[in-house]
Ligand binder design. Sequence first.
Ligand SMILES: *[C@@H]1O[C@H](CO)[C@@H](O)[C@H](O)[C@H]1NC(C)=O
Ligand SMILES: *[C@@H]1O[C@H](CO)[C@@H](O)[C@H](O)[C@H]1NC(C)=O
Length: 177
Amino acid sequence: MLTLVLLLLLKGLCLCIRGAFGASATYNVGGDKGWVVGLVNYTEWAANHTFYTGDSLVFLYEAEVHTVLEVGKSGYEDCSSANAIASYEDGKTSVVLRQAGTHYFICGVAQHCPAGQKLQVVALDAPAPPPNSGPPAFMTAGGLQPSTNLGTSLPSLPLPLSSLLTLGPISYYILLL
Ligand SMILES: *[C@@H]1O[C@H](CO)[C@@H](O)[C@H](O)[C@H]1NC(C)=O
Ligand SMILES: *[C@@H]1O[C@H](CO)[C@@H](O)[C@H](O)[C@H]1NC(C)=O
C-alpha cells in the first residue's frame, strides 16, 4: 500500500517535471514510410498529430533521391524552391518547430512536390508549465504528507525522505534533478 502511494506521488512528480521542462515531442514525418513521393498523404499525416513549438520533425529519406526545403506559403502552394528558407539533403533532417504558426516543407526534386511530397504543419504555442512549478513540498520540507484526496483512507504518514530512496534508481534519479 505504502509503495503504491509512493509510486503515485512519484508519478505526479514526473508529470510536474515534464510540465516544468516543457516536454517536446519528435515526429518522424510520414511515419514508417518517411519522406517519400506517392506513398504518404502528408496532409493526412499532419492532421493525425498536434504539434507544439519545440517539437521536432525528422525527415528520413534517401539523400540522392529527395531533399527537404523549408519554404513559405507560396513556395508550398506553387511547389517552388525559388525562395527557400532552408535546404537540406543529408537524408536525415531534423527541424525544430521554433515558432508558432504554419511551417511549410517541400521536396526540391522535380515533380516530387506536385506529386504530393509536401508538408504543412501548424505549430501551436507549447502549453505553459503548471502555475506551481517549484520543487514539490516534500523535497524542501524533508517530510512526505499524504495528499488530501488520498489521506482519508490512509494511516497518517509522514515519511522520512530516505524512504523514497529505497524505491531505487528512478527516485534517486528524480531527486538528483
Ligand atoms: C492517420 O491515423 C489513422 C488512425 O490511426 C491511420 O489509420 C492513418 O493511416 C493515419 N494516416 C496517416 C497518413 O498517417
Ligand atoms: C490528401 O488528403 C486530403 C484529405 O483527405 C485530400 O484533400 C488531398 O487531395 C489528398 N492529397 C493527395 C495528394 O492525394
